[in-house]
Design a protein around this ligand. Structure first.
Ligand SMILES: [Zn+2]
Length: 152
């Protein structure tokens, strides 16, 4: 699991939520510097919306906000954030403690993976392919992360 690309999923999700009001993540995929975020959505986004998503995600990276992690009991987490911490794929009932990833005012999610300490470490997000699956009401956003330090 590439930590930067995985963290990019959280940054991108925040942007998708802001621009499209799409709440539910259906699935995620990461391989090296490539990733794909699939969210539940009821219509094909416009080119302008896609541009805005990419722009907002990269603003959040440039702002270099902290990516916080807290571990707490499931009940407590649900009390604080409700279903905002969950995705469409359920966490088994038997898991009673959750690691919550928090990018303040941007994204909150129960997630057991590792993350960068700040959004800035992600580098840059470029959307590479977008597919809307009308029948399933799913929007697939493929992206690459670019390591800015390595570029210069
Ligand atoms: Zn995560």
């Amino acid at each position: 699991m590439n930590v930067k690309t995985h963290t990019a999923l959280h940054v991108l999700k925040g942007a998708v939520q802001k621009v499209l009001k799409a709440k539910w993540t259906a699935s995620v995929w990461v391989e090296g510097s490539d990733g794909r975020l699939t969210v539940q959505h009821d219509q094909k986004p416009t080119p302008q919306e896609l541009q805005d998503i990419e722009k907002e995600a990269n603003y959040e990276i440039q702002a270099n906000h902290p990516v916080k992690e807290v571990v707490m009991g499931r009940e407590k987490a649900e009390e604080l954030w409700g279903d905002a911490i969950y995705d469409l794929f359920p966490i088994p009932e038997g898991i009673r403690n959750l690691k919550i990833v928090i990018i303040e005012n941007w994204n909150i999610n129960a997630c057991k993976e590792e993350h960068t300490k700040t959004t800035g470490e992600v580098g840059k997000i470029v959307l590479t392919k977008v597919r809307f699956r009308d029948k399933k009401q799913l929007l697939e956003l493929s992206f690459s992360t670019i390591d800015l330090e390595r570029q210069s």
